[in-house]
Write a protein that binds this ligand. Structure first.
Ligand code: XMP
Length: 507
């Protein structure tokens, strides 16, 4: 594998993505928790950083445990750090060095730059520049403005590049990274979803004792479902899945998803706790109080069900790589685990150990693994859905009647998206039941009924989102169907706000 040392750049995850796209496994570690060299680590990448090597408190770890032992590639700050640590001169750049640039001189003899054309476009983003290199450092590429665009240290496979090969604007960035990981580090490109499945199954079989039972909370989402399939492949019926109906799922979802799980041969128990959740929510209108009540009830129900599993030794979780990076970051506290990954005090109370088979994967990699394991598309391509479910899409207090109303309107919208081939084009969609009534006329009757808002967004990660520009004809059809078929709703509006500032959920 490749070890990526993170110095806090916004692009660090992208480096990992690009290397994995080459079917080579890599891991990101914060520079201040850098692991020692092991046989597995065949190369090291030093990331960029918002810091300057000239600042006294900038990241400055001892790299001697890697240099000269395995190939090293410094990117931007990483390159400046290599030069700075060995006596080179790094100064503020006198001209702007942001955005596109073109290489002007390229040493094609260098294995790092094989196949990279002389005029290749590269992406620069740095405030400092390397003015002079230490003895034994050779320039291997320049741009008209940046003399030291790339260098190599003589007698060792250590390289530095000032530009960012991981961003798509560096047109030959992928070639360069491939040269590094394949030709220079000597890694074969065998890290495929199939390979991941085989090796993870073997690892799970090795780690989980032969008599041990494993508990997993299933949500119907991609992550927990893929985690379940991997564990099922490894330990069969010793995996005990628990799927809780909180009464706030989409229409028919509890039955449909449970059915899919059973079809897959998973040992999953459905627990319909809807009434318990409704009871806990009675009279609550504040969104945070509702979230807390839902979370607390989930823990109670899950705890109770989990205690029924004899011989339980492990709690499995669908944690994925971005959660891991977020919780162990350069900036953040050393190890904080996101709260939604903790199932109450269950691990301590039952003396459970945690197993997280997906903790090395990005979301799209989880999907690829799910595809390999033949997870049905209704789960594989499911939109994200919040844990508190419809509970935060019913504004104000929650009653079973309101849930029923919203489920029916939501089903019309979601099924419509699917029928019109729009479901896969939006990142997330749903309907909000507003605490507003409005006047309407239906036939000769005057009505005074509820308003719903349709919400559909495009996004990459949910952090920012744009409202989806759905066709008017489609919106008209959905609006008509909802008003005609769902008694109690007489007005439909479409939310045309982007995030920020408007969050995807209304509560
Ligand atoms: P917002 O509304 O903050 O949502 O723009 C971003 C993403 O997070 C989901 N979301 C939640 N997921 N528990 C969850 O598990 C929650 O309390 C929660 N609130 C929002 C939301 O559906 C979207 O995908």
């Amino acid at each position: 594998q490749i070890l990526i040392l993170d110095f806090g750049s916004q692009y660090t995850q992208l480096i990992a993505r690009r290397i994995r796209e080459l079917n080579v496994y890599c891991e990101i570690h914060p520079y201040n928790h850098a692991p020692n060299l092991t046989e597995d680590i065949r190369g090291v990448v030093l990331s960029g950083s918002p810091c300057s090597v000239r600042d006294a408190d900038s990241p400055n770890p001892d790299l001697s445990r890697y240099l000269g032992q395995v190939p090293v590639l410094g990117v931007c700050y990483g390159a400046q750090l290599l030069a700075h640590q060995q006596g080179g001169e790094v100064l503020p750049a006198t001209i702007r060095e942001y955005g596109r640039a073109r290489l002007a001189r390229v040493n094609h003899e260098s294995p790092l730059l094989h196949g990279v054309p002389t005029e290749s476009q590269v992406w620069m983003s740095h405030g400092d520049t390397i003015k002079s290199l230490p003895a034994g450092f050779d320039i291997i590429a320049s741009t008209p403005e940046v003399a030291v665009a790339a260098f190599k240290i003589a007698e060792q496979e250590t390289y530095g590049i000032q530009f960012h090969p991981e961003v798509t604007h560096s047109t030959d960035g992928k070639t360069l990274l491939q040269n590094f990981v394949v030709n220079i580090c000597g890694l074969d490109q065998s890290w495929t979803p199939e390979h991941f499945v085989d090796s993870m199954v073997a690892t799970l079989q090795r780690t989980i004792g032969e008599e041990d039972q494993v508990i997993l909370g299933l949500s119907g989402g991609v992550d927990s479902s893929v985690a379940a399939l991997l564990l099922h492949k490894a330990i069969g019926k010793r995996l005990h899945g628990i799927f809780v109906n909180n009464g706030l799922l989409r229409k028919d979802e509890y039955e449909d998803v449970l059915h899919s799980y059973k079809d897959l041969g998973l040992n999953v128990r459905g627990v319909d706790a809807s009434q318990e959740f409704y009871a806990a929510l009675t009279g609550l209108t504040d969104p945070e109080l509702k979230r807390k009540a839902i979370g607390r009830t989930f823990i109670e129900v899950f705890d109770r069900e989990a205690q029924k599993v004899d011989g339980a030794r492990w709690l499995a979780q669908g944690t994925i790589y971005p959660d891991v990076i977020e919780s162990v970051s350069v900036k953040g506290p050393a190890v904080t685990i996101k709260s939604h990954h903790n199932v109450g005090g269950l691990p301590e109370k039952m003396n459970l150990r945690i197993v997280e088979p997906l903790r090395a994967l990005f979301k799209d990699e989880v999907r690829e693994v799910g595809h390999t394991l033949e997870l049905p598309v209704n789960i594989l391509h499911r939109h994200p859905f919040p844990g508190p479910g419809l509970g935060i899409r019913i504004l104000g207090d929650i009653t079973p009647e309101k849930v029923d109303l919203l489920q029916r309107a939501d089903a019309i919208f979601i099924n419509g998206l699917k029928e019109h081939g729009l479901y896969e084009k939006v990142w997330q969609a749903g309907v909000m039941l507003l605490p507003v009534q409005s006047v309407g006329v239906m036939g000769d009757e005057r009505t005074y009924e509820r308003v719903v808002a349709l919400r559909a967004v495009t996004s990459v990660d949910g952090m920012t989102a744009d409202w989806a520009h759905l066709p008017y004809e489609f919106l008209a059809e959905v609006s008509n169907k909802i008003i005609n078929q769902v008694r109690g709703i007489n007005r439909v509006v479409y939310d045309i706000s982007s995030k920020p500032p408007a969050t995807i959920e209304w509560e």
